[in-house]
Design a binder for this molecule. Structure first.
Ligand SMILES: Cc1cc2nc3c(=O)[nH]c(=O)nc-3n(C[C@H](O)[C@H](O)[C@H](O)COP(=O)(O)O)c2cc1C
Length: 372
C-alpha cells in the first residue's frame, strides 16, 4: 500500500501537509509536525516586515474559527536561521512568502531557497488588511508575482489562491502560464464571526479569515475548479478535520491537502490520527495507491447545463419510531408531499418534486431518491 505521492516533482511520504499558520511558525513547530507524520509543512507566511500581534486574534463559534493574524511575526533574518536549522530534517519544507512587489517577492524567494526551503508557496490570499486578497483576485498581478519568483528560483513554486474571488479557474490558468508548479486553495474566507449583542460590537475588531469545517464546501469547489481548469497539481485546503475530508479533496482532483485549524483545535497529534485513518481506509477499501482515487469523483461533476434530467421521487424505508421528530414534514413545507401519522410516513407521488432534501434531514436516513 502506497501513501506516498509525487507533488510538483517532490516526493512526499503522504499527501498530508501542514498549512501555513502559527502552528508552523518556527523550526520547533515544523519538527513537531514531521514527528506527527506530516508529509510536508508550509511555514507561516514570511514577509520582510513582520506583523505585530493583536489581542485577542482568534474567535470560535463552535464550528469555525475567525482569525485576524496576518503573517508571521518573526523577522526575515530569524526565518532564514530557522530554515537553516530544519533543512536536513526528514521532511519537505515549503516556505510561504509574500510581498506585493514582484522584485521584493523574488528577493525573498531567492533567500529562502538558499536557506534550504524545498519549495515555495506564495501566500497571495490573506483576507485581512488592505490589498492582499485584491492581488489574488487579479489574474495579471498573480501572473507577475508568480513569474517574478519562478525566474529567481529553481525549486517548485506553488501559488495559494482564495475563494474570495469570482473565477478561481481563470486565475489558476494565469499561475500555470507564469510557470507555477502547483496551486493551493483555499486561504481563509473573509468574515465577521458575529456580533456580541450585549456589548453591541463584533467579536473581533476587524474583518478576519474564517477557517475550519464550515469552509470545506468552498475549499472542495475551489480544488475541483482548479483541477478542471488547469493541468497543475492541486493542493486542497479548507476545513479538513478527518481522513474522510482528505479523501473528498483527493477524489475531486487534489494530489495533496493542507490542514490548519483542526491542528489548533485538537493538537498536532491529530495529524497522526488522520494519517493512520487514511492508511486503514486504504487497507479496508483495497486501494494500493492513492492515484487510484485521485480525481475519480470529478467525472461525476458536470456543468449545470450537462446534468442529466431524470424524473425522480423519494421512497421511504419503513416506519418512523421518533414520535417527536417532524424534520421530514417540516422540510417539505414547500411541496407538502410528506405526511406523518403515528409511525407511518407517507409520500404523495403527485406532490413530491424529488428535490432530495428529506434524504439529508432525516436523522435515520429513511428517505432515498428513486426513478419515477
Ligand atoms: C490563525 C491562522 C493563521 C493563518 N496564517 C496563515 C499564513 O500565515 N499564511 C497563509 O497562507 N495562510 C494562513 N492561514 C490560512 C491557512 O493556512 C488555511 O489556508 C486556512 O486556515 C484553511 O484551512 P483550515 O480550515 O484547515 O484551517 C492561517 C489560518 C489561521 C486560522
Amino acid at each position: 500500500m502506497v501513501l506516498a505521492v509525487d507533488f510538483m516533482g517532490l516526493h512526499l511520504k503522504n499527501p498530508l501537509i501542514v498549512a501555513a499558520g502559527p502552528w508552523s511558525g518556527s523550526s520547533r513547530h515544523i519538527k513537531e509536525a514531521f514527528k506527527a507524520g506530516a508529509g510536508a509543512v508550509v511555514t507561516e507566511t514570511i514577509v520582510s516586515e513582520p506583523c505585530f500581534d493583536v489581542n485577542p486574534r482568534l474567535a470560535y463559534d463552535g464550528a469555525g474559527l475567525q482569525n485576524i493574524r496576518r503573517y508571521s511575526n518573526k523577522s526575515f533574518e530569524d526565518w532564514l536561521r530557522e530554515l537553516e536549522q530544519i533543512k536536513n530534517e526528514n521532511g519537505v519544507v515549503i516556505a510561504s512568502v509574500l510581498s506585493q512587489s514582484p522584485s521584493e517577492i523574488g528577493y525573498l524567494a531567492e533567500k529562502v531557497e538558499k536557506a534550504g526551503a524545498d519549495a515555495l508557496e506564495l501566500g497571495l490570499s490573506c483576507p485581512m488588511g488592505e490589498g492582499v486578497e485584491v492581488i489574488a483576485a487579479n489574474p495579471n498581478r498573480v501572473y507577475s508575482l508568480t513569474k517574478a519568483v519562478v525566474e529567481k528560483v529553481k525549486i517548485p513554486v506553488m501559488v495559494k489562491l482564495s475563494q474570495n474571488m469570482t473565477n478561481i479557474g481563470q486565475v489558476g490558468r494565469f499561475v500555470q502560464e507564469a510557470g507555477g508548479s502547483g496551486i493551493s486553495a483555499i486561504d481563509t474566507v473573509r468574515c465577521i464571526l458575529g456580533v456580541d449583542l450585549q456589548k453591541r460590537k463584533p467579536f473581533l475588531p476587524t474583518y478576519g479569515g474564517y477557517s475550519g469545517p464550515p469552509i470545506k464546501p468552498m475549499g472542495l469547489a475551489a480544488a475541483a475548479s482548479l483541477a478542471q481548469s488547469t493541468s497543475l497539481p492541486v493542493c486542497g485546503v479548507g476545513g479538513i478535520s478527518s481522513c474522510e475530508d482528505v479523501l473528498e479533496y483527493l477524489m475531486l482532483g487534489a494530489t495533496t491537502v493542507q490542514i490548519g485549524t483542526s491542528l489548533v483545535l485538537h493538537g498536532m497529534k491529530h495529524m497522526t490520527k488522520i494519517s493512520e485513518d487514511l492508511e486503514r481506509w486504504m487497507e479496508k477499501n483495497r486501494i494500493e495507491n492513492l492515484s487510484e482515487i485521485t480525481g475519480i469523483a470529478l467525472k461525476e461533476l458536470r456543468s449545470f447545463d450537462n446534468i442529466k434530467v431524470e424524473p425522480k421521487m423519494v421512497s421511504v424505508d419503513g416506519p418512523c419510531h421518533r414520535a417527536e421528530c417532524s424534520a421530514c414534514t417540516d422540510c417539505c413545507g414547500i411541496y407538502e408531499a410528506i405526511s406523518k401519522a403515528e409511525e407511518q410516513i407517507r409520500v404523495d407521488p403527485e406532490k413530491c418534486k424529488g428535490c432530495g432534501l428529506c434524504c439529508y434531514v432525516c436523522p435515520d436516513h429513511k428517505f432515498s431518491l428513486v426513478r419515477r
